[in-house]
Design a protein. Structure first.
Length: 200
C-alpha cells in the first residue's frame, strides 16, 4: 500500500508548541505569531508527538507490511534548516528512518493522484474532501474532537473517520492482512462506510 500521512495535527503537536511561543512572546495576533515562529531556528524539530511512540509504531508497521509511506506537510520555512530537512530529522528522531517528506501547497487530492496513493491520513476535513474529489485515494480523517461535532458530509463523501493514529494503524494492519484485491472496499467496511454514490 502507498500511504501518506499529514504531520501537524496527525503525528506532530504543532498547536502546543505555537501556544508556548505565543505565551513566551506575549503576542496573540496570528500574523505576528507566525513571524515569531519563523524566526525560531529549527522550530519543526522541537515538536512533541500527539500520541507518544506513534511514529516508531508507524515505522515498524511500514517495514513489516512493506508499506510505502510518504509524509505531506504545508509547514512554512523557519530559521535554520529547510522545513523539509527539519521534518525529516524530527521523524528520524522519533523512530522513522529515511522518511520521504514533501512540503506541498495546493490540493491534497491532486497530490494524492500524482503520487498514485492508496490512502491519505489527514486531520483537516477540507484536505480529505480534496482527496475524495481529485483522486482515487481513500481519505482517513483523524478527528479528535467529539463525534457530534463531525460534519455529516464526512461519511456521506466516503471519508473514513478515526479518533487517533493508533486506531488508524489498527485498521490499516487489518486491511493489509487480507488479500490485496479490494483493499479500498475493506478499508471502507472497517471504517463503517459504504461506497459513495457516483456523481451523476
Amino acid at each position: 500500500m502507498r500511504i501518506a500521512f499529514d504531520l501537524d495535527g496527525v503525528l506532530a503537536d504543532m498547536d502546543s508548541a505555537i501556544a508556548r511561543e505565543a505565551e513566551r512572546a506575549g503576542r496573540r495576533g496570528e500574523t505576528r505569531l507566525w513571524r515569531v515562529v519563523e524566526s525560531i531556528e529549527n522550530f519543526w524539530e522541537a515538536l512533541d508527538e500527539l500520541e507518544p511512540g506513534i511514529v516508531s509504531r508507524l515505522a515498524a508497521a511500514a517495514v513489516e507490511r512493506r508499506w510505502e509511506v510518504i509524509f505531506l506537510t504545508r509547514r512554512p520555512e523557519t530559521a535554520g534548516r529547510t522545513a523539509q530537512v527539519q521534518t525529516q530529522r524530527w521523524l528520524e528522531a522519533k523512530g522513522f528512518p529515511l522518511p520521504s517528506v514533501f512540503v506541498v501547497q495546493g490540493s491534497r487530492g491532486r497530490i494524492a493522484d500524482a503520487l498514485d496513493l492508496d490512502i491519505v491520513v489527514d486531520d483537516r476535513l477540507e484536505n480529505c474532501v480534496d482527496i475524495v474529489v481529485d483522486s482515487s485515494a481513500r481519505a482517513i480523517l483523524v478527528w479528535r474532537a467529539p463525534e457530534e461535532q463531525l460534519p455529516p458530509s464526512a461519511k456521506r463523501l466516503g471519508i473514513g473517520v478515526v479518533k487517533s493514529v493508533a486506531d488508524c494503524l489498527d485498521i490499516l494492519v487489518q486491511v493489509d492482512e487480507l488479500e490485496p484485491a479490494g483493499i479500498v472496499n475493506r478499508v471502507m467496511r472497517l471504517l463503517g462506510l459504504k461506497e459513495p454514490a457516483a456523481a451523476g
